[in-house]
Design a protein around this ligand. Sequence first.
Ligand SMILES: Cc1cc2nc3c(=O)[nH]c(=O)nc-3n(C[C@H](O)[C@H](O)[C@H](O)COP(=O)(O)OP(=O)(O)OC[C@H]3O[C@@H](n4cnc5c(N)ncnc54)[C@H](O)[C@@H]3O)c2cc1C
Length: 418
Amino acid sequence: MTHPTKDFKVAVVGGGMCGLLCGIGLVRAGIEVDVFESAPKFEEVGAGVGLGPNAIRALDGLGVLEAVLRRADEDVPTLRPFRFLAGVGEHEHVYNYPVSAEDSGLGIYRPAFLEALSPLIDPAFVHFGKRCNSISVTTSGTHLLHFEGGSIHEADLIVGADGIKSVVRDFVVDHSSSSRLVYSNTIAYRAILSAQSLKEAGVKTDLQTQPLCWLGNDKHIITFPVQAKQMINIVAFASDSQTSLGSVTVPPPWVHSASKEELLNVFAGWGADAITLLQQIKNPSKWFIHCMHPPLRTYVCQRVVLIGDAAHAMLPHLGAGVGQGFEDVFTLCKILGHCQTSAGNINNALEAYDSIRAPRANMVLQSSSSQGRIYEEFLNTHGDRLETQKRLAGTWEPVWHYDLAGEVATLLENMYGH
Ligand SMILES: Cc1cc2nc3c(=O)[nH]c(=O)nc-3n(C[C@H](O)[C@H](O)[C@H](O)COP(=O)(O)OP(=O)(O)OC[C@H]3O[C@@H](n4cnc5c(N)ncnc54)[C@H](O)[C@@H]3O)c2cc1C
């Protein structure tokens, strides 16, 4: 384990995929860290997550890619080109998103990601069962975390990695700001099923070779293989495109169980393979997807900084949310870990973080919403393949082909010189 070399200490609120990664990255950068997680252990929803080339580069840059690959059952990241097909009729082929050798990605079971990473942090730095309620700042500028049950923790810098319902965000968001977490008018039904059982049920479409996007009207389905391609992650989306964003409030909890009948009703009229696939889902979970709208102008306030969904909860239509969180972590660790960053200039360091992370992640957030409209306006174009191909072409390029390491290096050069 690296011994702390910095004269400041950091508290990370939340031990999800981004918070845990951040804890590891900061310790390796020589910073004293405590991670506070409200759950009794590291835990994730039992579903898959797709990681694009930019997410892979961030993991590599933080030195954890090998550990992740071991749990992903893949020796190296693989090409994962999306294939688009019609959700209705005969499931006509629409488009293969073109990829090059450098566009390798990964599909991983979320709990496996946490299992890969958790041995990389000293358990002494992780505190479970600690739900943060609020943050305050003393007159001398010390930042205090207040936990359920009354305990308090002092830190020089607080990282909010507490996900979509972030309480740390409440400290960062200026109350005059119009930016808030809103219901996206989209529901996601999620399940994970064995590839073999789907074949046996009569699904003819190849679900194991590559991720698929089944296009429709106000609906689409994403499938991709995980766990050595033996399991298929399924997310079926249904949206209300007629209602304006932010006009409907959904009371928590935002995750329910749903019946198979409800799911089949929502997708009534879809093609035979899609229906056979959905029929195999006995107990779908139903998620009311929320997102930041409009995006936060800044991810930083005083010595409190947001990463991951706490900063930029977005629709999952580019499969890019956690990748943006990994980019946040890479950036924060490189800036805070720089040999010239110290307690005396943390505020400048956070300003630098904000200057590249907010514009970049907010761009991806907005592109994710536009991407969903392409998937769910397929029938508006009367199933026009060429029109849909044109709209889809190049949509992942700004997400995947971004030189984060180069941008951070330039930023550090501008801050500190050579
Ligand atoms: C249907 C769906 C599909 C998706 N697919 C993809 C995909 O394929 N690719 C992709 O990149 N992204 C995808 N995403 C987005 C991705 O899931 C999120 O971006 C990612 O999980 C965010 O990670 P996080 O660590 O920021 O937050 P979380 O994973 O939510 O972790 C937050 C952690 O903080 C803890 N916590 C919360 N509040 C407190 C508190 N007050 N005090 C202490 N601890 C607290 C929680 O227990 C949790 O462990 C998808 C999202 C959805 C909904």
